[in-house]
Ligand binder design. Structure first.
Ligand code: HEM
Length: 406
């Protein structure tokens, strides 16, 4: 195990370069690690993280009032509780399941085929920057019913919003920039919302505009917040998971060959990718009372950060946790995308991801399309793999070579 200096910080460059190297030490020696610079507690043991996310009396999502609401332009799902939360969650879920999901899968396949086409004759693609990132924004815009031609602008606003939510420390200049992005996105959305109220279609924005909660339709502000909520929640983790899936399969050629032979193994490979390298690494909660864990106490009022990457590699939860194995018996593919999931990549408890089934369908569809096209896929010569992000984490790029398609 790594020898860690007394001044260890999760904000250090060393930790940012390789958090997985520090997780065993954190779980064993500092399972409730206090970070004075941001006044937050970092929990790394599987059982502790599960407890924080499911004990809704002791830990609430109040911290999102400061961490998310300013850029969401209103309260987001994860902040709500009780009847309001269930009702609005149901409206959003309907936009991502059943027939809506089937229709979207066809669109996703067409979008992915269009985006990969120019790279096929070249035999080289950066799966993150050329393909995954634009695809994830395309897909979310389709679901929402927004014009795909606006994707570069929406992607730029989205990145400001994501930066606000996921930064542990931020300068006043960056904060202003992020708030500007959110204000501009809100100004772009308002006329769309008003048009959908007059003439609703089948898209999620129309559903949000026409749905009622307690007999009352949602205000423009509430609809805006839910749209930005979905945009922020759906876009980033899905594109990171796709890239991480390819990374792990390339690093494990036997498993890649098995998946190529039998594409039905893809859901298991996606589930294992989510366990092994969850794209959402931190979930914040606020303690409502002093909460005592085996390794320390989180005091009332403090922010507790659940370290999903560390929890998913806890040997008390998974055998040989640092091994990528799509056949592992202790994960269970079928339940990995449901409330009964053993891994914590989608969170757990009341606020567990509403998009899990959609994310699985999206990533499976895209990977099943790409694998037969990317014959002999490997890293491009000279490519240096690097991951970035503490809050959400994924490859900065993934330059791949393959046999050019004629
Ligand atoms: C692999 C892809 C994804 C991962 C790893 C992921 C992860 C997560 C996590 C960890 C949470 C819990 C946050 C918390 O407890 O505070 C969450 C919540 C949420 N996710 Fe996802 N997500 C993914 C894809 C999506 C997609 C595609 C959508 C939309 C279609 C989506 C929509 C949401 C929403 C709306 C919430 C808030 C739910 C609530 O508070 O009730 N996510 N997601």
């Amino acid at each position: 195990m790594l020898v860690v200096s007394p001044g260890f910080s999760v904000l250090s460059e060393d930790f940012a370069a390789d958090p997985y190297g520090y997780f065993p030490w954190l779980r064993q020696s500092a399972p409730v690690h206090f970070e004075p610079a941001i006044d937050g507690y970092f929990l790394s043991r599987y059982q502790d993280v599960r407890r924080v996310l499911t004990d809704h009396e002791a830990f609430t999502t109040e911290t999102l009032q400061v961490r998310a609401e300013p850029v969401m332009r209103g309260p987001v799902l994860a902040q709500m509780t009780g009847a309001e939360h269930s009702a609005k969650r149901k409206i959003v879920v309907r936009g991502f399941t059943g027939q809506a999901l089937q229709d979207q899968i066809r669109v996703i396949r067409a979008d992915a085929a269009e985006l990969i086409a120019p790279f096929l004759p070249r035999g080289r693609v950066d799966l993150v920057n050329d393909f995954g990132r634009p695809l994830a924004v395309y897909v979310t815009l389709d679901v929402l019913g927004l014009d795909k031609a606006h994707w570069p602008q929406v992607a730029a606003w989205h990145s400001g919003i994501a930066e606000f939510i996921t930064s542990l420390v931020m300068t006043p200049e960056r904060r202003r920039h992020c708030l500007d992005c959110a204000e501009q996105l809100e100004a772009y959305l308002l006329p769309v919302i008003e048009a959908r109220r007059r003439d609703p279609g089948e898209d999620l924005i129309s559903r949000l505009c026409t749905a009622e909660f307690d007999g009352i339709a949602m205000s423009n502000r509430e609809v805006t917040a839910l749209i930005i909520n979905v945009l922020a929640a759906a876009t980033e983790p899905a594109d990171k998971t796709l890239a991480l899936l390819f990374r792990h399969l390339i690093d494990h050629p036997e498993q890649l060959a098995q998946v190529r032979r039998d594409l039905h193994l893809l859901p298991a490979a996606i589930a294992e990718t989510l366990r092994y390298t969850p794209p959402v690494q931190l979930i914040p909660r606020q303690a409502q009372q002093d909460v005592v864990f085996a390794g320390g106490t989180v005091p009332a009022g403090a922010t507790a950060f659940c370290m999903i990457g560390a929890a998913n590699r806890d040997p008390d939860a998974f055998t040989a946790p640092d091994t990528f194995d799509l056949h592992r018996p202790d994960l269970g593919t079928a339940r990995s995308f449901t409330a009964a999931a053993q891994h914590l990549a989608f969170g757990t408890g009341l606020h567990q991801c509403v998009g899990a089934a959609f994310a699985r369908a999206q990533i499976e569809t895209v990977a099943a399309l790409l694998l037969p096209l990317l014959d002999g896929v490997r890293y491009s010569p000279g490519f240096h793999y690097r991951e970035t992000g503490l809050y959400t984490r994924g490859p900065a790029g993934l330059s791949l070579d393959f046999t050019p398609v004629g």
